[in-house]
Design a protein around this ligand. Sequence first.
Ligand code: IPE
Ligand code: IPE
Ligand code: MG
Length: 236
Amino acid sequence: MPRHVAIIMDGNGRWATRRGLPRIAGHQAGTENIRRITYKAAELGIQYLTLWAFSTENWRRPREEVEGILQILSEAIVRETGELHRNGAQLRHIGSLEGLDPELQRQIRDAIELTKKNDRIVLTIAFNYGGRAELIQAIRRMIEDRIPPEQVTEELVDSYLYTAGMPEPDLIIRTSGELRTSNFLLWQAAYAEYYFTPTLWPDFTPEELEQAITDYQQRERRFGGLCASPPSDSDR
Ligand code: IPE
Ligand code: IPE
Ligand code: MG
């Protein structure tokens, strides 16, 4: 079983357009899908599930769409946190909270605080997340901390990322048929396995999650070596 599965939840807009609905209806349907996929992931024994909801580049969209997405997220936090908490999910956030409405920032912080001791599944929402922005904030903080060059190691860089303390993603799923990463987990995905599907995110079912995992389980991960074992610190 992959320990950490990350999903690029793409295709909400097309899902709505194909039904003759406004794009925002797709974001609503996509957000509703988070619950069923999270519970399936927990049932399967996945320890970390990371879902990308909004990228640092998504601010380029029309203001109306951006505001709609922010509103839907805020409502979802209020609606879902209690049940996620009762089911043992620990909520986390990766990305920047800067520039978000203070009320939304507070809702996110409260949900993280409430669920921080849960250990059934770690559900990380990547919101206002971009891989390059993450690396830039890491480099800036390393410079501020006056880290000497010889102390810059992979472990040190890891510790400055938003994902500090989390295992790397084993499997990254992207829905909607796009074959690109669009700036997701640039550093962490170095040895992730990818699963691309044409299914649009609101139509992505728990059964397809299982299918993606079955597919993953048939792959041979070599990490640059000749056999399927993850690198140990002594290889470095
Ligand atoms: C993914 O769906 C959600 C966000 C990026 C916020 P899209 O909104 O990108 O949907 P498509 O790709 O236009 O269909
Ligand atoms: C990536 O999807 C971001 C999220 C799913 C949150 P986009 O729809 O923004 O990616 P591009 O623009 O097609 O590369
Ligand atoms: Mg898209």
